[in-house]
Design a protein. Structure first.
Length: 386
């Protein structure tokens, strides 16, 4: 196992009715800005619950954060933070709202240059931020308890990530009941996103990280079991609770501590979202099977472990078991409603050279756990995903 440092400072308030307790976690006298997306939290009553929990406090609101939060929209929120002297941010929604709010928090106090530099430097120059917390309504990204965020810039077609210790939510409220009214597409996206987050930290090469492996396998098995049930039984509390907790644990730092990580699927997928507007999880469903097939020799040992422990594949040759595990992964995504070919989304492959050029522009020229996925390799991976 590799050396590691692990700090997961976000306090989790998990379970039914926990929104009522969020006011106790925010400093008295704080001027609070609630951030949210398209307004579904108004229809399902979550915003009303949040307002009630914050009754009597100075509260402001900023809505309209997109599913892939844009720099342009978030900078408008930064203006509100400065004008109203906001000193606490509360993201109410899914991972995109949490990501956007993290950027708002650090951009509002950034003095090292233009706030877009935060993305260009991956957060390296961030030295402060407005404290924030999250009320999660869409389990998927794990953003409610980590320090990363992915932001798009509509004007240039860029989608970039940053990380900062000043972007950890101080606490997060996870009430599975808030997910009951989510449309099937969002539930499917959340399950696929959490699944791929886990895989990107698991399907690399062995380093005797046995604890991390078993945690990862448990998350994958839970998502395989509960994902389809979440679609079929939208108000099954236990199912939604397990999906929600799995998504959080998939990217809070725990399973990735001390083990190699891949993330090639995410980097390639980001370019598909930026250029074609596909949902983040849709791009992951397209790219991951192709990455696994392309790098099957480098990932052989872990693919065999994955085949046996996750998919119960024990018969046949090693190559047959690996092929069956990759096919089972593809079938699972399809079962969740996320097609795994570019053609299923009306993309014929003609933009692949432009996608690869964007990877080059963003410095994604040596991807994967071995840093051996070149631009030419990324092009072949995309071509195989057509």
């Amino acid at each position: 196992m590799n050396n590691f440092s692990l700090n997961t400072p976000t306090k989790i308030l998990f379970g039914k009715g926990q929104i009522a307790n969020l006011g106790k976690e925010i400093p008295a006298g704080a001027r609070i800005l609630i951030t949210y997306g398209g307004g579904s939290i108004k229809k399902n009553g979550v915003l009303e619950q949040v307002r009630k929990a914050l009754e009597g406090r100075p509260v402001f609101e900023f809505g309209g954060i997109e599913p892939n939060p844009t720099y342009e929209t978030l900078m408008k929120a930064v203006e509100v933070v400065k004008a109203e002297q906001i000193d606490f941010l509360l993201a109410v929604g899914g991972g995109s709202v949490a990501d956007g709010t993290k950027f708002i928090g650090v951009a509002a106090t950034y003095t090292a240059g233009d706030p877009w530099d935060i993305l260009l430097t991956r957060g390296a120059k961030v030295t402060s931020g407005v404290p924030l917390a999250a009320v999660l309504t869409l389990p998927a990204t794990g953003s409610e308890s980590n320090n990363g965020a992915v932001i798009s810039r509509a004007a240039t077609g860029d989608k970039l990530a940053f990380f900062s210790p000043f972007s950890y939510p101080t606490f997060a409220v996870l009430d599975p009941v808030t997910t009951y009214t989510l449309p099937p597409r969002q539930i499917a996206n959340g399950v696929v996103d959490a699944f791929v987050h886990t895989v990107e930290q698991y399907l690399t090469y062995p380093v005797e990280g046995r604890v991390q492996d078993r945690f990862s396998e448990g998350l994958l098995l839970t998502l395989i079991e509960e994902g389809p049930r979440a679609l079929a039984e939208p108000e099954n509390y236990d199912v939604r609770a397990n999906v929600m907790w799995s998504a959080t644990l998939a990217l809070n730092g725990l399973i990735g501590a001390g083990v190699p990580q891949d993330w090639a699927t995410h980097m390639i997928g980001h370019e598909l979202t930026a250029m074609h507007g596909l949902d983040h999880a849709q791009t992951l469903a397209i790219v991951l099977p192709s990455v696994l097939e392309y790098k099957r020799e480098q990932k052989r040992a872990k693919l065999l472990q994955y085949a046996e422990r996750v998919w119960n594949l024990r018969d046949g040759s090693e190559d047959e078991r690996i092929a069956a595990a990759i096919q089972a992964t593809r079938d699972f995504f399809e079962k969740m409603g996320n097609p795994t070919r570019l053609s299923a989304y009306g993309i014929d492959g003609s933009t692949i050279p432009a996608l690869v050029e964007k990877l080059k522009e963003h410095g994604c020229t040596a991807l994967g756990e071995h840093q051996d996925i070149t631009l030419a390799d990324s092009q072949r991976i995309l071509e195989a995903a057509r």
